[in-house]
Design a binder for this molecule. Structure first.
Ligand SMILES: [Ca+2]
Ligand SMILES: [Ca+2]
Ligand SMILES: [Ca+2]
Length: 203
């Protein structure tokens, strides 16, 4: 019995050592943009961190002060359907590695025309679509995203009536992996369970 307990303790120590030697992957922000540093303009394509993909159409940069400020208090933001009746694809200049991320952004309705807008979000081979009614409020959306290939992050409004869904506050974080302490506790539970089972079998 003493031998068994000593084995269990040794096992725990070995697992703890193994876990401690691994780097704990904390969530890290790899991209963040509020659009507040941009210049107001229709059919805007001078973003610090984004390109409007050539030959896809246009987007507008609107907001404070007083330039189609549809969502006061949010600084500047993007109308994903510009002023050419052809919504462009807004794509990050940076490419992101394959992996798991937490992607957050704010989307709001166009607040102008009666028809709803579809918005497709892509990162590598991840894709998800949203439908925004014109009066939907600017709301935070948080997605767990996994892509098996490297790629850029993009937003595309479907349709082309010059009144697109509104995009603001885009943040991309790498997903956190479990803390070593969590791993150690889980491993210790496993070892203790095995010892208890052996004790029962021997009784
Ligand atoms: Ca903003
Ligand atoms: Ca527009
Ligand atoms: Ca529209």
């Amino acid at each position: 019995m003493v031998k068994l307990i000593r084995l269990a303790v040794l096992g725990c120590a070995a697992i703890a050592g193994l876990a401690a030697s691994q780097n704990s992957a904390q969530a890290a922000v790899v991209f963040s943009d509020t659009f507040d540093g941009e210049t107001l303009g229709l059919n805007y394509n001078s973003f610090a961190n984004w390109d409007v993909v050539p030959n896809t159409g246009t987007v507008d940069l609107i907001g404070a002060p007083g330039f189609f400020d549809l969502y006061p208090g949010n600084g500047r933001y993007v109308d994903l359907d510009g002023s050419t009746n052809d919504a462009g694809v807004l794509e990050t200049k940076a490419s992101f590695a394959a992996g798991s991320y937490v992607l957050s952004f704010e989307l709001g309705g166009n607040r102008r025309f009666g028809s709803s807008d579809g918005v497709t979000v892509k990162l590598g081979n991840f894709t998800q679509s949203f439908t925004l009614n014109p009066l939907d409020p600017l709301s935070l959306i948080v997605l767990n995203v996994t892509t098996s290939i490297a790629g850029k992050l993009s937003f595309e409004n479907t349709g082309g009536d010059q009144a697109g869904a509104i995009l603001d506050d885009v943040t991309l974080e790498t997903a956190a992996v479990p803390e070593p302490s969590t791993l150690v506790l889980a491993s210790m539970g496993l070892v203790i369970g095995m010892v208890a089972r052996r004790r029962r079998n021997q009784a």
